[in-house]
Design a protein around this ligand. Structure first.
Ligand code: ACO
Length: 325
């Protein structure tokens, strides 16, 4: 049966120039390179310069994805930006990116699902492309988490970094068979009962301030492996593929121990995991497209490969996407 699939035509990324190492952090808070490396796998992260905004990172990532896709911005009719650190409370950062790129048709909006934002944005874009209302989408994950960190809290400030990644999706008719390219299955979930385990203690409607990230790391960790493994299994069942058929596992880059725990539970080989958090830290919604970009640049993903993406974040939100490159 003929179906419309969202095929990934191009990928791009952008990181701020400034690099902050674990040793740099040890000068700010009571921590060590050994502690951070052993507990998280992170060695350094990028930090946006003063005046360098989430949209600036997103625009640069989107431009690279468009060039690689060979698609002119005027052909784009949907721009979705996943971010929890927008330039302004409104308008959406996606609208700013849309204007900067010269995209004048269709729609642009932000998706807010914190670290799961890119999975939510891909799921939203795929569903909208399938309706036929839009044909080519830019899906961006862009964050400047350095602006919402409490730089005196060693339990959180060591984990996060800034960056952006983007993909260009194109609606293409496919056969509906096993050789189809594009997004094959998605599953998103949330459960607001866990809000207090990971949140920002400010906002325009409550404190009228931006606020700082607060987290109960141990509890988040406890939920992560179980919830992510569950949603991956649902996604695989939906698609009819087995975990052993996955060519590349591109997880949200939160913590090396979480990623290895999930891969072990699923039975995915270690050499199939894209692990980029060593140099980026946790970049929230940007982490999956940043890792996809690295996979592309290192020739670790090629046409026909089955790629599994997953994430979990504040809310809790979580989800998975299975796509054939
Ligand atoms: N340096 C040195 N010591 C530290 C640091 C630090 N940066 N941070 C905390 N500690 C101390 C604590 O104060 C505590 O000391 P105490 O025993 O004297 O009280 C000790 O280390 C243990 O603290 P825990 O928080 O229990 O440490 P844990 O082993 O759980 O590791 C971590 C903390 C790395 C945050 C871990 O819980 C984790 O990775 N959780 C997942 C969080 C996450 O990934 N969040 C991202 C968003 S959600 C997502 O993307 C999945």
């Amino acid at each position: 049966m003929a179906v419309i699939r969202s095929v990934i035509r191009g990928v791009g990324a952008h990181l701020p120039k400034r690099i902050m190492t674990n040793d740099d952090l040890a000068k700010l808070v009571d921590t060590t390179d050994d502690w951070i490396t052993e507990r998280t796998g992170i060695k350094s992260r990028h930090i946006a310069a003063d005046g360098e905004l989430t949209s600036d990172l997103g625009i640069a990532a989107a431009r690279q994805a468009l060039v690689r896709a060979g698609i002119d911005p005027v052909e784009i009719d949907l721009v979705i930006c996943a971010t929890a650190t927008p330039d302004r409370t409104f308008p959406a950062t996606a609208v700013k990116i849309q204007a900067a790129l010269g995209v004048t048709k269709g729609a642009a909006f932000d998706v807010q699902a914190v670290c799961s934002g890119f999975i939510y944005a891909l799921t939203t874009a795929e569903a909208l492309l399938r309706t036929g209302q839009f044909h080519r989408a830019l899906v961006i994950g862009a964050e400047t988490f350095s602006r919402i960190l409490d730089w005196t809290d060693r339990g959180t400030c060591v984990l996060f970094g800034d960056g952006a990644g983007a993909v260009v999706l194109e609606a293409q008719p496919q056969t509906g068979g096993r050789e189809d390219r594009g997004i094959l299955a998605t599953r998103i979930r949330s459960d607001g009962r866990y809000e207090d385990l990971l949140y920002v203690d400010g906002g325009p409607g409550s404190t009228k301030t931006v606020g700082h990230l607060r987290m109960n790391g141990r509890e988040v960790f406890r939920h992560a492996v179980q919830k992510i493994s569950g949603v991956i299994e649902e996604t695989l069942v939906l698609s009819g593929y087995a975990a052993s058929e996955i060519d590349l596992f591109v997880p949200h880059q939160a913590n090396a121990r979480i990623l290895e725990g999930i891969a072990r539970k699923l039975g995915v080989d270690r050499d199939k995991i894209m692990m980029t958090l060593k140099r980026h830290g946790n970049t929230s919604a940007a982490s999956i497209p940043l890792a996809l970009n690295q996979a592309f640049e290192e020739h670790r993903v090629k046409e026909g490969n089955l790629v599994l993406m997953e994430a979990m974040g504040g809310g809790f939100t979580w989800g998975a996407v299975l796509a054939r490159w």
